[in-house]
Design a protein around this ligand. Structure first.
Ligand code: B12
Length: 425
């Protein structure tokens, strides 16, 4: 049997690389037959630095039998054009899409994009491995592969959801297997999947609703590899809430303090500030956490209710004070165009937040992301948004289009001014 060429590629933000591909390849190669019969290659491109023609050029040289593309709200424009052009020059190539931008709307997406053959919904490791067994080894049938949507005789079929991988250690580490090489400042580690919070604008918890953890031993080995790498000066965890579980945080802290002899920095850790106490912030300090990122996105009570976001003013301020005390930088996020907010609430949120002196302010316009509560309930909130990625909000019942644009213009210059001034202090 000839070797099947499988190419996984995507457009990442700046110089990031795809962690998803590392997992997909590592899991698929657990099957020895796939190791023998499939050549899985990963190629990372940059959203800002590479155009569709450049990527198409590489694809045309490799001529993959199977092309897997990873879809996020920042790269859909390019991915769509790429799929069309790949099918034109390599009509036999099977195109598989996965990622948060297509998974939640898989059947709809297939219905309107006839150049795509299969979409994987949600967690991809099991379904992708089964798809490869089907295409490469002629094993099984598409009907039986959970977690996919595909086309049969022109009709779109959506199979039931895939089961979640109960024991995350079943996925070999992409770093420890050498599939991915750590890269300075964009190396991400995951210690768990899932999120108990249900913020209406966020997709993280929806993809993997149940909390599942990697073992401490597995994390220790990954940390060791990263911390012993001389080219790495900083790295991050992509856990949705880094301070979710104090017991686990203590274990992680021990691992990091024992292994981090070269004082590598741990940056932008997503944190629920209200949950911070002095003990936790001391742990952060010991772990050499340089900065944490947090909301509150807005401080308007009605809006917070609409977006199902937890915010407790006293506890928030207490957490912020502790972070200041231990000199951990605070990055605070505010969103423009949330349902219930108007331009004055937005200014009010800014005024409150700058009074707490975060090191950096980050403004973003609401993205009404596929699969989120806000996307499913857009009508209820009068949310009008661009159906094309990145799905920016255009207007809401309380935030008309022109006010959103004014808020954005203001935010852009204010963000620059504030961040520059704070940096210079
Ligand atoms: C790291 C990260 C980034 C990095 C960029 C990473 C990159 N590769 O370029 C940075 C920090 C720059 C970033 C920025 C942004 N991000 Co971000 N980011 C993440 C984060 C934390 C981790 C991504 C990751 O690697 N996850 C781990 C992998 C294993 O999960 P996964 O990507 O979902 O992949 C699995 C499946 O989806 C599937 N799969 C994925 N791809 C494929 C492909 C194939 C072929 C198959 C078969 C399966 C498959 O299988 C994988 C394994 O199970 C996620 C949240 C999260 N925890 O996932 C948000 C997330 C991806 N980001 C998100 C958003 C909204 C943004 C911003 C727009 C935020 C903002 N307002 O500015 C910006 C964009 C900036 C820009 N310049 O445009 C959203 C995207 C939702 C969407 N519909 O696309 C997410 C999901 C967070 C959220 N709160 O909802 N981000």
């Amino acid at each position: 049997m000839p070797i099947t060429k499988v190419l996984l590629t995507t457009f990442n933000v700046e110089n990031n690389f795809s962690l998803a591909f590392g997992y997909l390849k590592a899991y698929a190669l657990k099957d020895n037959l796939l190791t023998d019969k499939a050549n899985i290659q990963i190629m990372d491109f940059s959203q800002e630095g590479n155009n569709v023609t450049q990527v198409l050029y590489y694809i045309s040289m490799i001529k993959p039998d199977i092309l897997g593309l990873s879809c996020y709200c920042w790269n859909m424009d390019k991915i769509e054009r790429l799929t069309i052009q790949v099918k034109k020059i390599l009509p036999e190539t099977i195109i598989i899409l996965g990622g948060p931008e297509v998974g939640p709307i898989a059947a709809d997406y297939l219905n309107t994009n006839r150049y795509v053959d299969v979409i994987i919904k949600g967690e991809g490791e099991i379904s992708f491995s089964e798809l490869l067994k089907y295409y490469v080894l002629n094993k099984g049938s598409l009907e039986k592969i959970k977690g996919i949507a595909y086309r049969k005789n022109g009709e779109t079929i959506e199979n039931e959801d895939q089961v979640l991988i109960e024991n995350l250690d079943d996925i070999p580490s992409p770093y420890l297997t050498g599939i991915l090489s750590p890269k300075d400042s964009v190396t991400y580690l995951e210690t768990y999947r899932g999120c108990p919070y249900r913020c209406a604008y966020c997709f993280e918890g929806k993809n993997f609703p149940k909390l599942r953890y990697f073992s401490a031993e597995r994390t220790k080995q990954e940390l060791k590899l990263i911390l012993e790498n001389d080219t790495i000066s900083s790295f991050s965890f992509i856990d949705p809430v880094f301070n979710l579980n104090k017991k686990k945080l203590k274990i992680l802290s021990k691992l990091i303090t024992n292994l981090n002899t070269n004082n590598k920095r741990l940056h932008t850790i997503e944190t629920i500030v209200e949950k911070l106490d002095e003990e936790t912030v001391k742990i952060f300090k010991k772990m050499n956490i340089e900065s944490i990122e947090t909301g509150p996105q807005t401080i308007n009570k009605n809006t917070l209710k609409n977006i199902k976001r937890y915010f407790n003013k006293d506890k928030f301020e207490n957490g912020i004070n502790l972070l200041h005390k231990y000199e951990i930088k605070i990055i605070s996020d505010l969103m423009i165009g949330l349902p219930g907010d108007n331009i004055f609430n937005f200014f009010n949120s800014i005024s409150y937040i700058i009074g707490l002196y975060p090191k950096r302010l980050v403004f973003s316009t609401l993205h009404v992301l596929p699969g989120t509560y806000l996307q499913k309930n857009a009508e209820k909130f009068g949310l009008v948004y661009d159906p094309k990625s990145p799905h920016c909000v255009l207007s809401t019942d309380s935030f008309p289009f022109q006010k959103i644009k004014k808020a954005e213009v203001f935010a852009e210059s204010f963000e620059k001014e504030y961040n520059l001034n704070v940096l210079n202090q």
